[in-house]
Design a protein around this ligand. Sequence first.
Ligand SMILES: [Zn+2]
Length: 149
Amino acid sequence: MNYNLSIYHATQFKFFFRAPSEKKNGNNTATVFLEKDQERNNAFKDEFIRCRVCNHKITTHKEKININDSHYHTFANPNGMIFDIGCYKTALGCLNTGPPTEEFSWFKGYSWQVAICASCLAHLGWVFLSANNNFFYGLIIDRLIDSIK
Ligand SMILES: [Zn+2]
């Protein structure tokens, strides 16, 4: 009887001392979740695609679109300079400069304007405009910081 009782007590004893540690593990789990949230928040911040010169927010990953079945395109300008560009629905961090022109347009049916960083004025690419007022941005990949590329 005493033996059984001491087992009972030992069990209770063990349980009593295990309970706080389980609670602690629970807290640790919550801490891990908080850290995951923080990582997600940081990842969200990194969703911005930024100007490589000045870090200004130019656009986001959600704005990536395909034009003619591809996000990425490689073109040469009339001077033979090669540009690797990505296509974006909007680029709120850009300013469009100069009059629209159809000369040497890389996308049939679109005229273009030069797109520059609204903060440091670096040339980042072009905005392409269609006759029915659709537009998209073609931005030079190596002039941007794209952390999720
Ligand atoms: Zn800039």
